[in-house]
Design a binder for this molecule. Structure first.
Ligand SMILES: *Cc1c(COP(=O)(O)O)cnc(C)c1O
Length: 377
């Protein structure tokens, strides 16, 4: 492909910090670079406690352990999401209750959640698709009313915000009891593989550190709070090495530059494509949500046209992709699914197309993509 879908962006400092980590002789987890990355999340985004993890998938698994998901507990989430959102809870025996997407946006339809709540419901997992916020005001109200945990899947939502009806604005990932971020190489800020668990409800902080450190109280031991560390709970090896954290730090220290570049690319697509074709529309961003330029997608009016356009672009060496296969109709879940049809979810799955989007996308290449899309108009 002449124009790939994604290219990892490097700030140029990654190997410098990795070298520093290697030379410091401290290359296992929870060292200086890990702490720098965690502090940035806590201070810039108002998260109570941040813990780096080896992936967003891992952070979701930590969240499921932290809220004590047991066999038979129900967890409500959109069907239009990545498989990890569900798997983390399935691994603990939860029953997944899939909710439809909004009509105007692929995020969970907050008006459909309440009818899915039962006595067994334990948590709601909103996914901020494309970094665009779900209605966190309504979702947090439901969580209070029914005493449920909210875990934000903020994998795509770094540096994005939600504005409450009273005008207060909060970073995504700082609102739910827990939240998870991804630094997979397809996200805005990357470390190859990597993630972060955000803890906003203080009751979880101590136990989260224990689960993170293989079920031991090693964190408290390193802080000098106890004389020896031992096995005190379940846990696993969820922390990344300092090599990964050093790479991540090189990205995080340049987050504003990275975000500005992405915003320019997003705005160019939006200006040149919005309202310019009968075949598709651009994204609708609800007024309470901000845009972190995670991705640029088009919504086609039908599936056949989308498939034709994918081929048309491919012939010109341009890779545009679609996702997700709805989880409720996936090979793993289809037979287990007992809920209602989810028409909006199906619609997004059939008709979304994601355009090439990466920081080093050249102006003339972006124009080629735009020209190819508008060819038939
Ligand atoms: C990328 C992504 C994940 C998984 O992130 P990893 O870091 O690869 O585990 C989970 N949920 C959503 C919505 C994602 O986009």
């Amino acid at each position: 492909m002449n124009i790939p879908f994604n290219k990892p962006f490097l700030t140029g400092r990654e190997t410098h910090y990795i070298k520093e980590a290697v030379n410091s002789q401290k290359i296992s987890g929870n060292g200086i670079f890990t702490k720098k990355c965690q502090h940035l999340f806590e201070h810039k985004y108002g998260i109570k406690k941040a813990l780096l993890s080896t992936s967003c998938t891992d952070a979701l698994e930590m969240a499921a352990i932290l809220i004590n998901i047991n066999e038979g507990d129900e967890v409500i989430m959109p069907s239009y999401t990545f498989v990890s959102t569900a798997n983390a809870f399935v691994l603990r025996g939860a029953k997944i209750v899939f909710c439809d997407s909004r009509r105007d946006h692929p995020g969970i339809d907050e008006t459909k959640i309440e009818s899915l709540i039962t006595l067994n419901t334990k948590a709601i997992v909103p996914v901020h698709y494309a970094g665009v916020a779900c209605d966190m005001d309504q979702i947090m109200k439901l969580s209070k009313k029914y005493n449920l945990f909210v875990i934000e899947d903020a994998a795509q939502a770094i540096d994005s915000y939600f504005t409450f009806p009273d005008g207060t604005t909060k970073a995504l990932g700082s609102i739910g009891h827990l939240a998870t971020f991804s630094f997979h190489e397809t996200k805005n800020i990357i470390s190859g593989e990597g993630g972060l668990l955000a803890i906003n409800d203080e009751q979880f902080i101590e136990r989260a550190e224990i689960i993170w450190e293989k079920g031991t109280n090693r964190c408290a031991f390193f802080r000098g709070e106890i004389n020896e560390y031992s096995w005190v709970d379940v846990g696993s090896s969820f922390l990344p090495s300092e090599i990964t954290a050093a790479f991540l730090w090189a990205q995080l220290e340049k987050i504003d530059t990275i975000q500005n570049k992405r915003k320019n690319i997003w705005n160019t697509y939006e200006t040149k494509l919005k309202g310019k074709s009968k075949e598709f529309r651009t994204a609708i961003i609800p007024s309470f949500a901000h845009n972190n330029s995670h991705m640029f997608y088009l919504l086609f009016e039908n599936h056949i046209t989308r498939q034709e356009v994918i081929l048309r672009l491919k012939k010109k060496g341009i890779l545009a992709i679609f996702h997700y296969i709805p989880l409720h109709s996936s090979p793993f879940f289809e037979k287990k699914y007992e809920g209602l049809p989810l028409p909006h979810c199906d619609l997004y799955s059939k008709n979304i197309l994601r355009l090439p989007f990466f920081n080093s996308l050249k102006k003339q290449d972006q124009q080629k993509v735009i020209n190819a899309l508008l060819e038939n108009n």
